[in-house]
Design a protein around this ligand. Sequence first.
Ligand SMILES: Nc1ncnc2c1ncn2[C@@H]1O[C@H](COP(=O)(O)OP(=O)(O)O)[C@@H](O)[C@H]1O
Ligand SMILES: CC(C)(COP(=O)(O)O)[C@@H](O)C(=O)NCCC(=O)O
Ligand SMILES: [K+]
Length: 257
Amino acid sequence: MFLAVDIGNTNIVMSFHDGKQWGRTWRIHTDTKKTSDEYLVIMETLWENSGFDRTAVRHAAISSVVPNLTRAIQKDIQRIFSISPLMLSMQVKTGLDMSTVPSEIGQDIMCNLAAAHQMFPDRVAMTLDCGTAMTFSTVDEKGRVLGVAILPGLVTAVNALFGNTAQLPQVELKIPTSVLGRNTVDSIRAGIMLGYIEMIDGMIERTEKELGKKIAVIATGGLSSTIASEIPRIDVLAPNHTLDGLRLISEMNRETT
Ligand SMILES: Nc1ncnc2c1ncn2[C@@H]1O[C@H](COP(=O)(O)OP(=O)(O)O)[C@@H](O)[C@H]1O
Ligand SMILES: CC(C)(COP(=O)(O)O)[C@@H](O)C(=O)NCCC(=O)O
Ligand SMILES: [K+]
């Protein structure tokens, strides 16, 4: 079995792949104040309840955009499974033309680009990742990274409006029936959900205009399943896209790890 760990700003996602499909997935809240020992307790508990055989996990890989937690989680994986996880970096093989990868790029974005290029090897492919941040990352048919756009994710945008001292009720982010909100909650849904949908459509169109060709679009992360149905330009909804990229990269680097 292969274990993928994607340390994001909201969730640490851990999922097991048996060679055919992703099985059990754990989502652990990202908390930079937690220590390696605290995460060890959480992971040990989850693992014990799963009933899996520890020795079945032969390979692991970690992608992290939270540097403070990277080392702690790496240590825990080593202790629980007695294996050294592959740590993503600019030095690993990804199937991308590494000379075109911006040096500051987030590791989750690198996974998305690698998985997108594998999914659409003959096309320009864009991944829309709806996490804490919303990111658009685009790779061409030669594995060259064309570029990335970053903006606040849907929930981050709502939190930016009202913070933690909200006078307003928690808003469940769903698609409203009208763009003309008649109460505060529906107005926020109209602004955030329909506004983001229009923005995403516009970003896809703008990218195609700049490149002068049609692109393939993959959506993943957080609330992607809620908005994808409203955006016909999305070709594939792939909830495990970042993990697929991590798995692909792990396989490419096995002989050297
Ligand atoms: N049903 C849901 N599943 C996952 N994330 C959700 C869901 N509903 C809302 N979200 C929001 O999506 C974001 C988390 O997405 P995720 O892809 O896990 O982010 P990250 O990779 O940044 O940790 C958060 O802002 C979270 O509040
Ligand atoms: C853009 C991100 C914050 C997205 O993180 P996420 O929403 O998945 O937690 C992350 O990929 C990151 O910190 N990137 C570094 C900046 C860059 O990609 O250029
Ligand atoms: K992510």
